[in-house]
Design a protein around this ligand. Structure first.
Ligand SMILES: *Cc1c(COP(=O)(O)O)cnc(C)c1O
Length: 375
């Protein structure tokens, strides 16, 4: 059994993916090009944004947006404490200061109340200017944008949605990657919509931002004169081969994979919900189930369960064993566990179960039965 089964998906789409890849090879155009343009149009239309700019990966996508906004030394960029490192590393690398926000225990996403506490704290200290909030759509579920948007407005800040795991989710039909001033996603193979290597995308409704991002992803060059570099940029483009993989994958993602992961999540919850704390999806929210994550009573018990499940051929993962405030790279900030009780609790208790659109009923039942026996 696979934690995330990419092989079954490929078997289903083999003809379309192979044909697309062969077309790219035959054309000898390997970077950007027509297929990438077509993908950008389809992605923008799907999430409901005017523009999509693809790039090298989900980390670069975040960094490119922060660069376009001129984020740097003296700026405070707020993100969830319980997330993949890139949500914070991308502001740090630009010389800005990452500020971590505790999570809501049940949704795993940024707690808006703690966000405001941290903004007030930074303002009171008076050393940094609060500029950007990066909410993360963790495990496939959009963050609480209604509350976060109100806070951003109150403190005159920008919102960058980190939708690396959220692509496909929504709140009241408004799709993930359409929240805030700009949004990003990742096409890392294990993400809800993954390619066969690295890839990422940025979404915005602002035409000037679109042009700026197109310049920044190719060394800051002029959109009109390619030998005039107007600013310092990156080299972060999407390979045409990845677009050839993503085009058919986007189609089946929309047609049946999203439904499938939601059915699987419901089946898990129906079987496990009485015995374990299972994920909740608030009213009006829809998750793309990048992960299905439960709480286990203790870290020791979790370790034992992981080992026993592994013996039964069931892979599980701990996302994430550390909060950002506990990362060695941020040790110099001397942050305290006391400020992040929900993150600390999550790091010690979370367990993610196999989740992908091709998990069948027998496999789900086997996972649930095996897990329940071990509790
Ligand atoms: C995966 C991920 C990223 C980075 O994406 P890459 O394509 O691996 O660079 C950023 N943020 C979150 C929340 C992620 O899960």
């Amino acid at each position: 059994m696979q934690f995330r089964d990419l092989k079954t998906q490929y078997d289903r789409l083999k003809t379309e993916i192979d044909t697309g890849i062969q077309e790219v090879i035959d054309s000898s155009g390997f970077i950007l090009g027509k297929k990438v343009n077509e993908l950008e149009e389809k992605l923008a239309a799907y999430v409901g944004r005017k523009y999509c700019v693809t790039c090298g990966n989900g980390t670069d996508a975040l960094q490119l947006v922060l660069m376009a906004w001129g984020i740097g030394p003296g700026d405070a960029v707020f993100t969830s404490d319980f997330t993949y490192f890139a949500s914070a590393g991308t502001s740090s690398i630009l010389g800005a200061t990452a500020v971590f926000v505790d999570i809501d225990k049940r949704t795993f996403n940024m707690d808006p109340e703690h966000l405001e506490v941290m903004i007030k704290k930074v303002k009171k200290e008076g050393k940094l200017k609060p500029r950007v909030i990066i909410p993360v759509d963790l495990f496939g579920q959009p963050a609480d944008y209604e509350k976060i948007e109100a806070i951003a407005q109150k403190y005159d800040m920008l919102i960058l949605e980190d939708g690396a795991q959220g692509f496909g989710g929504s709140i009241n039909e408004k799709k993930a990657c359409s929240f805030g001033d700009a949004s990003t996603t990742s096409f890392f193979p294990a993400k809800p919509l993954g390619c066969y290597g690295d890839g990422g995308a940025i979404f915005t409704d602002d035409p000037e931002m679109d042009q700026m991002l197109r310049s920044l992803r190719v060394q800051g060059r002029s959109v009109i004169d390619k030998y005039d570099n107007q600013r310092i940029g990156m080299n972060s483009r999407l390979d045409t081969l990845q677009a050839a993989v993503l085009l058919p994958k986007l189609k089946c993602f929309v047609e049946y994979e999203l439904d499938s992961v939601n059915n699987i999540a419901n089946r898990y919850t129906a079987r496990l919900g009485d015995k374990l704390i299972t994920p909740i999806v608030p009213d009006g929210f829809y998750s793309s189930w990048a992960q299905y994550t439960v709480y286990i009573e203790s870290a020791e018990k979790r370790k034992e369960i992981q080992e026993k499940l592994k013996e039964k051929g069931i892979p599980t993962m701990v996302y994430y064993p550390r909060g950002l405030h506990q990362q060695s790279a941020y040790a110099g900030m001397s942050l305290s566990n006391d400020d992040y009780p929900n993150t600390v609790y999550a790091t010690e208790h979370v367990l993610s179960l196999p989740m992908h659109p091709y998990l069948n009923d027998e496999e789900i039942d086997y996972i649930c039965k095996s897990l329940l026996e071990l509790l």
